[in-house]
Design a protein around this ligand. Sequence first.
Ligand code: HEC
Length: 333
Amino acid sequence: MSHPLHGKIQHKFLLGLACIFLLLGGVFLFSLNLHLREMLHIEAEAKAELVFSHVSSLQQYVRDTLRPSVRGHIPDEDFLLEAMSTSFVTRKVFVELNGQRDQYLYRRVSMSPRNPASQANDLERELITGFRNDGDLRTLRGYRVIDGVEHYILARPVYFEADCMYCHGDPADAPRVLLERYGAVRGFGHQAGDLAGMDFVGMPVDRSVQQVREAITLFGSSFYAAAAGVFLLIIIFFNRLVVANLRRLTGIFRQNFQSPGDRSILNRLDEGDEINSLMEAFGAFAAHLREARVKLEDYAANLEDKVRERTEDLSLEASGTPHRRGTVRGPAG
Ligand code: HEC
């Protein structure tokens, strides 16, 4: 019963089903990736904001609490950098004491800084230029690769105010300690309203990106494993319920049309997939039936004529007239 062309319907079904599963998996993984990336982004942004709020709190504490209190305890001409400069304290706490740089990156930088350690690098220059070109810009954010690691970055411009001029304006006004420590050139000569530089926070996202990749791989492989299982089940059922019965039907045709005259039907059974071949064979079978019926009807009609003629002949014979010969028609005209 088996024929190389059999199983074709199964192949078509298999292919269609596989395409659906693949497409479904693709859409599923694509949206999952989108969603996880969005979560990652929200998380990185929230963390960067958190670092910023810590920096602001610290700066505010130094400016409003520590500095005035220290000022009350030291002579007027003295200046205690470690307790009175917000930039110094924030740099110490958030840059130098930030032992685990893999957690976050903080920089307070300038194009021409007082402390050479706060010199803006290429990326920071680019951001500062951005702030310089657009005075209304409050933040710059995005993803950048820093030292080969992808970071979510958040930057805010720092503008000089009148208070700052004490240490950033004319060196003549500046505390002696400051001049001794940094010299009278760097960090001076600014005016209120000038762009001082920027505060910059970078959150490394490589680990989160890695986690997203792992999650995608895990979900992807479990989805396709489950899909393969369902696929197999469907194929088994399909085989049992559809393909097997189609083959039985084909078998019925083969068994019942074995004479050479039925070749046209049997030949059709070898065309296309099971359903196609059955349809073709059925078409041929129907044509076969119609032909047979026409023949039968014709034969029946002729039979009446034949019977009538024969009766006439017989009656003529009975009355002594020689009967006509050669006028009796055969059954199929
Ligand atoms: C009491 C003196 C003092 C005052 C007031 C002061 N600064 Fe500074 N600032 C410094 C010192 C000292 C440094 C260098 C700190 C270090 O070593 O990192 C500095 C550094 C900075 C830096 C980092 C880049 C660089 O030049 O090293 C920025 C930006 C900055 N200050 C902005 C400001 C702004 C804005 C204000 C006013 C809101 C201000 N500062 C007020 C003393 C001062």
